[in-house]
Ligand binder design. Structure first.
Ligand code: OGA
Ligand code: NI
Length: 386
């Protein structure tokens, strides 16, 4: 007997509404993996986007596109080259990628392949746990250091998106580690190894980014203040988000994640071999082809602000599909949680007046707790009208 048939005789199911295929509120709250497991054959109303927000809808009509959305090969940065004689060339490629796409991919990054495959593997084992085990980490507090859930904010979202997630704060390790899931038994060890490696990679990338902006450099005359920003990043914040997108019976009606930008300085995204991530490029949604063992790196809101608008925090979203589940791990890095993010004084002059207000995490967290994270709203609120 299929799980769906087993369910259809239960009391809980009998109370429900035909249109939604016998899906109750408590079942939505259990997330999309649960809906997949009970074998629904149509997407419940709660997940159906207005026509204009669906994958393909607008662009197909406006731009006369056919069904296939274009795939994009993002600029590929050979990370190891940053440490050799071609550093200046690589810095230029990073600058161009951050200005034009807000995204690039890195290969030869030095993180052992085992650390990466262990992270994907332990994440799929976490999502394979019984719901009751995962539910121990559910919280309605957007600021909780560990939070399991579905959609974005399952208490507030009007339309749900097709993903379940586990969010973990990663610093300070000794405070947060005891709060991380205790099951699977090797979760803490493997996820902590991954968090440490990505943080180290982030620190090297941020040095490169600051150098590419001309605000810091190994060969530059530096003041103490210049070095201070790097010290701050060493003590910075890191939030890890493990996303699980189960197969979806009608992937054209919904999204794994709606269009959004990331709030931090840089995001390092690991995706498995299943496509899904799209970024906005020249007014189109383009799919980023996964490259095994690489990272997708993107500019977050804080870096757009810090660079006074030179580097772009670009909208991206996630498509789902009917055949395969998909896992991604996003590691969001920024300054310490209580520091101000402000445009670098070195990037402000007469020709380039200050374009953003100062901002801090507290106001961002306030913002996402109080509304749906729709499009670029938060960053828009930080813009000055010059
Ligand atoms: C995110 C994100 C993309 C993906 O977690 O912020 O954009 O491919 N994830 O899961
Ligand atoms: Ni994102």
């Amino acid at each position: 007997m299929s799980p769906a048939m087993a369910f259809s005789t239960s009391d809980e199911m009998r109370k429900t509404n035909d249109d939604d295929h016998h899906v109750t509120e408590s079942q939505y709250q259990k997330g999309v993996k649960h809906l997949h497991e009970i074998g629904i054959s149509r997407v419940p109303r709660r997940y159906i986007l207005p026509d204009s927000d669906r994958p393909n809808a607008v662009y197909k009509r406006v731009n006369h596109l056919n069904d296939a959305t274009p795939n994009l090969k993002l600029p590929i940065i050979e990370f190891s080259e940053l440490l050799g004689p071609n550093r200046v060339q690589v810095l230029k490629s990073i600058a161009k990628a951050c200005e034009e796409y807000g995204f690039f991919q890195i290969v030869n990054h030095g993180i052992p392949l085992e650390v990466i495959s262990n992270m994907i593997d332990v994440s799929s084992r976490f999502f394979a746990l019984p719901f009751e085990e995962r539910a121990k980490y559910m919280s309605s507090d957007m600021k909780a250091p560990v939070r399991y859930g579905t959609s974005f904010n399952q208490n507030k979202d009007s339309v749900f998106c097709w993903r379940d997630f586990l969010k973990l704060m990663c610093h300070p390790t000794e405070d947060v580690l005891p709060l991380w899931p205790s099951s699977p038994a090797d979760w803490r060890r493997l996820a902590a190894a991954y968090a440490k490696e990505t943080n180290y990679l982030f620190l090297m990338l941020v040095e490169a980014i600051l150098e590419s902006l001309g605000v810091w450099g190994a060969t530059m005359n530096k003041t103490e203040e210049d070095d201070e920003i790097l010290n701050k990043f060493e003590d910075g914040s890191q939030l890890m988000v493990v996303n699980y997108y189960p197969p979806c019976p009608q992937p054209d009606l919904t999204l794994g994640m709606p269009p959004h930008s990331d709030y931090g300085f840089l995001t390092l995204l690991l995706q498995d071999e299943v496509e899904g991530l799209q970024i906005q490029y020249k007014d189109q949604w383009v799919t980023i082809e996964p490259i095994p063992n690489s990272f997708v790196v993107n500019v977050g809101d804080h870096l757009e602000i810090f660079s006074n608008g030179r580097y772009k925090s670009v909208l991206h979203r996630v498509l789902v599909n009917s055949a395969k589940s998909r896992i991604s791990v996003a590691s969001l890095h920024s300054l310490p949680i209580n520091s101000m993010v402000t445009p670098s004084p070195k990037l402000i002059d007469k020709a380039n007046p200050r374009r953003y207000k100062d901002t801090d995490f507290a106001s961002f967290l306030e913002y996402i707790s109080s509304c749906e994270p729709k499009r670029k709203n938060f960053l828009e609120t930080r813009k000055l009208n010059n």
